[in-house]
Design a binder for this molecule. Structure first.
Ligand code: SF4
Length: 277
């Protein structure tokens, strides 16, 4: 299966999930909720992403550009404020840097209302120099989720061409160079079990060259074996080396998922945008 260019996919997705007509900067959302992460947060989940991770927990919306509703920054801020009692707000997905002007305005609104704003991103558009989260008044916290530890495993895990891996690293470099504090203002989460341990060690060495604190504050992210995630991994012929059961037990899922077919074309099922590339 041919890999894809995540920047081209970003443009295609943005054309369908973001609308700046009349200066309203509408962005498509599929839900609002609260969760226990970060000591409790109110979250908005956006539709559409520029990667196609084989383990995506939100793939039914992240791989699509449909469903949910288009909201202005002001309306999205109200929905996030109503989603729970917390003063930490989080935008996740989907990829919240797509339709950046919406997200930038939303973050500024929430920060002005006293929220700590956390941007959860795969970093692709930041690393490409197309999005600059540092310029939001009051500041945001940025969690860059690294999907695999090397370019080859990145392509296998996300479907995006291997060179896209560098955008994730460049995002961390850009946040560092802007003077943000690693482990506080920005940090890396790394999806575990996608590659052998040595590959993770080389990634940590690379992060340490950006800033030793960046390597020492890495958040380990584990694939959770929800039925819909297992369904996607089976279609993609993807088996992680380690994963969490929905009950929270860390297991080697290779026996559970063993014998799956190779590389079934799941990409082409739920994301008509990618089909057009
Ligand atoms: S980057 Fe996140 S939202 Fe996008 S496909 Fe990967 S796991 Fe899903």
């Amino acid at each position: 299966m041919a890999c894809f260019d995540p920047l081209r996919l970003s443009e295609k997705v943005e054309a369908e999930v973001y609308n700046e007509a009349d200066g309203r900067h509408l962005r498509r959302y599929w839900r609002f909720r609260s969760s226990r992460h970060y000591g409790g947060n109110n979250a908005g989940d956006v539709v559409g992403c520029n990667l196609r991770c084989a383990f995506c927990w939100a793939w039914k919306y992240a791989f699509s550009t449909r469903g949910g509703e288009m909201l202005s920054p002001r309306d999205a801020a109200k929905r996030i404020a109503r989603a729970g009692p917390f003063k930490t707000a989080r935008l996740t997905g989907g990829e919240p840097t797509i339709g950046w002007e919406h997200t930038r305005r939303l973050a500024a609104l929430l920060v002005a209302r006293g929220y700590t704003f956390i941007l959860e991103t795969n970093g692709i558009l930041i690393g490409a120099g197309l999005v600059d989260p540092v310029r939001i008044p009051g500041g945001v916290r940025v969690r860059v989720s690294i999907k695999a530890p090397t370019p080859a495993y990145f392509e296998r895990a996300t479907g995006a061409c291997a060179r896209g891996f560098e955008f994730q690293i460049k995002a961390l470099e850009a946040l560092h160079d802007a003077g943000l504090r690693p482990g506080i203002d920005y940090w890396a989460s790394v999806v575990m079990g996608v590659a052998p341990r040595q590959a993770y060690e080389s990634l940590l060495e690379r992060l340490a060259r950006i800033d030793p604190m960046l390597a020492s504050t890495v958040e380990e992210e584990y694939i959770v074996l929800y039925p819909h995630v297992v369904e996607l991994m089976r279609r993609r012929g993807f088996t992680p080396r380690i994963a969490l059961t929905p009950e929270g037990e860390l297991i080697d899922p290779r026996k559970l998922l063993g014998g799956v077919g190779k590389g079934e074309e799941a990409y082409h099922e739920d994301h008509h945008v990618h089909d057009k590339l």
